[in-house]
Ligand binder design. Sequence first.
Ligand SMILES: Cc1cc2nc3c(=O)[nH]c(=O)nc-3n(C[C@H](O)[C@H](O)[C@H](O)COP(=O)(O)OP(=O)(O)OC[C@H]3O[C@@H](n4cnc5c(N)ncnc54)[C@H](O)[C@@H]3O)c2cc1C
Length: 286
Amino acid sequence: MKDCVVAVVGGGPAGLCAAGQLQRMGVCTVLLEKHRLGGAVRLAHRLDNCPTMPHGTSGEEAAELLARFALSAELPIRAGEVRRIAYMEGRFHLYGNTELRAKAVVLATGLRDKVLKLPPSLHPFLWTSHEIPQASGRVLIVGGGDVAFDRALSWRKAGWDVTLFHRSAILRALPSLVQEATRLGVHRCQGRIEDLRLSASGFSIPDGMETFQRLVIHIGREPDVPEITADGERFIPVAAGPDGECRIKGLFLAGDLRHPEQRMLSLALGDGMAAALACQRFLSDP
Ligand SMILES: Cc1cc2nc3c(=O)[nH]c(=O)nc-3n(C[C@H](O)[C@H](O)[C@H](O)COP(=O)(O)OP(=O)(O)OC[C@H]3O[C@@H](n4cnc5c(N)ncnc54)[C@H](O)[C@@H]3O)c2cc1C
């Protein structure tokens, strides 16, 4: 097992910002990322609320800027998933593709899509990848929040005929997203998943003539955390202090994971910075 001073788990905006600042302060840091650098921001069809990004930057461009930052800052990055973190005798032991021991950990693993239990007949149509396939018909996106609308715009721009399917008449998405979806011809329909019916070449919505070939679920996001134990006991990480500190000394949360209801790139960047500074304080006075 290799040693480092701080392990940063997650290479999204929060983790990259934390690792960059720690490296800048001369702290021996390793960043672990299971997919691609940049995190969830890559999924956004467009960003228009981050003062450090030109207005209208696409999520893909923003993620590439973040990845470029990691390269130019020569951040020590290890590819691979952290599956388990065990805190024993004042040290964090990280297990997964890479095994590491660290004095402190910044956990910036973000959120993942909630899973919806579907009738088996709908499984062949379910699309769970974030990559949008080549346009070939109609897609039904289940959800009525920001992420559902944002993803609907990306599918629409990729050439798909898109319908948003939501349970409640009250939409939980930003007005600008709703307006753009309407302008681009994203259809909307109210109903429940139990109402979907199989048809000859796909599935259909109640009273609808159209047949859909793909089903995408965006009904909310939940913390994406590896298993954590503290001296053998299961530990659920919750930020207890102002800079993302947890009840385990030396463990800091940053980004969406710290405040799952406030999902913003700028907040994640600020959190990463705050966690790095708090880490340094902890290391100098543990
Ligand atoms: C569709 C969509 C549109 C959005 N639009 C906007 C917008 O317009 N404006 C805005 O401000 N914000 C937007 N956001 C929110 C923004 O993307 C997030 O707030 C931000 O990315 C959070 O950063 P983070 O670093 O906390 O987490 P994430 O970006 O989720 O990064 C977490 C990283 O950790 C990695 N990871 C997870 N588990 C492990 C593990 N066990 N081991 C190793 N690595 C792991 C993941 O692969 C990921 O790269 C949008 C989000 C989505 C999904």
